[in-house]
Design a protein around this ligand. Structure first.
Ligand SMILES: Cc1ncc(COP(=O)(O)O)c(C=O)c1O
Length: 382
């Protein structure tokens, strides 16, 4: 089965990991700060804290923003469940706000309507690698003390009005899962424009421990002394994986260029195909395409999905609207509340996209999609 996403690992990545394995540090060591510095090169200098995955990044970002019981967090429903469930885990109430047509990123008008004086964070998602409209979202926070969060699990390296993702919101979270734009196997990061928020994120990922004597309540306890001032967790990203991340980051520009080239090939090959709509991009966006999300019209998504899978093409659906998950339905969230996201879900299909996708395999995807739409038997897997 041709996968919808796949990592790209070369000998330099293997060597970078092996070097750390032979050294003194396996977990927190010099590669952690070095990876964070390298990441800041992609966030316009905004400081980063690396964590153990993208879900941990969201949990850490919400904790650093002070999210807790009684707070509301406004979330796009067109995302992976973690964008919302990590806020629930902190005791907050999630309020879903619908997405815009075409980009399927958080709709500033819907976000503004959802914000109240209790809103602590508004979370946009750079769906498929296309940035949300951050300048238009900022006024939506009026009347609250909320922070703006970018879930950039899909979009590291993307630009918005020529500004890099990582610098567009108060908090930005990344995922380095293997299908993403770069990988550390499991991994993630939080970028925060306010150094105090970044420091809270750093502490949260390490049990909330305070080591600086100047801040301790009992600094004279002894040289071993560390204090927990606010509860945290162990979300540390090991040195071994940070070395992999640094090696991958050196090729991020190449990865994005390869994805962009494949997106243009899809755009050209599918331009005249009836029955589908292709992903749109705003003039101000330079996306970091993580997904190639098409829309299959006329109620045929399920049939096309099944036909393409039968032809050995690992198409995927991203995503079930988050409020449709039973855990949210059981809390009283209702279908019909975010019609743009829900209509999009009914049509959405992600075609394979990753830097190592060969042109011949991409052509096979195009042929299988064309055959599926014509209703003819799809070509069999090679
Ligand atoms: C939009 C979005 N947010 C958050 C996550 C969670 O990231 P991870 O799988 O690294 O925990 C993902 C990844 O699946 C994602 O796609």
């Amino acid at each position: 089965m041709l996968p919808y996403g796949r990592q790209s690992i070369v000998e330099e990545d293997v060597a970078a990991v092996a070097e750390v394995l032979r050294g003194d540090w396996l977990t927190t060591g010099p590669q952690v700060a070095a990876f964070e510095d390298d990441l800041a090169g992609w966030t316009g200098g905004v400081g980063c804290a690396v964590v153990s995955n993208g879900t941990a990044a969201l949990h850490t970002a919400y904790a650093a923003a002070g999210v807790g019981p009684g707070d509301e967090v406004v979330v796009s429903p067109m995302t992976f469940a973690a964008t919302a469930s990590t806020a629930v885990a902190l005791g907050a109430t999630v309020v879903f706000a619908d997405v815009e047509e075409e980009t399927f990123t958080l709709d500033p008008a819907a976000a503004a309507a959802a914000v109240t004086s209790r809103t602590k964070v508004v979370s946009a998602v750079d769906y498929a690698g296309h940035p949300a409209d951050y300048d238009a979202l900022r006024p939506a926070l009026a009347g609250s003390d909320a922070l703006l969060l970018a879930d950039a699990a899909h979009s590291i390296g993307a630009r918005y009005h020529d500004r890099p993702v990582g610098s567009l919101a108060d908090l930005t979270t990344f995922s380095f899962f293997p299908t993403k734009n770069l990988t550390t196997a499991e991994g993630g990061a939080v970028a925060a424009t306010d150094p105090a928020v970044l420091e809270r994120a750093r502490r949260f990922r390490n049990h909330g421990l305070v080591r600086d004597r100047a801040e301790q309540r009992r600094p004279d306890e002894g040289g071993w002394h560390q204090e927990v001032h606010a509860f945290g967790l162990n979300y540390r990203l090991p040195d071994v994986l940070c070395a992999l991340g640094r090696s991958q980051l050196r090729r991020l520009g190449d990865f994005l260029a390869a994805r962009e080239r494949l997106v243009r090939r899809y755009d050209e090959a599918l331009a005249d195909l009836d029955g589908v709509l292709l992903p749109a991009r705003r003039a101000w966006a330079r996306p970091a395409w993580h997904l190639y999300p098409i829309r299959v019209l006329d109620g045929r998504r399920r049939e096309v999905y099944d036909r393409m899978r039968a032809a050995g093409i690992g198409v995927q659906v991203n995503y079930l609207p988050v409020h449709w998950h039973p855990a949210f339905a059981d809390l009283g969230y209702r279908r019909g509340s975010c019609p743009v996201a829900e209509t999009f879900y009914a049509q959405q299909l992600s075609l394979p996209l990753y830097p190592g996708l060969a042109d011949a395999d991409q052509d096979r995807v195009v042929d299988a999609l064309t055959a599926a739409l014509r209703g003819a038997p799809a070509p069999s897997a090679a």
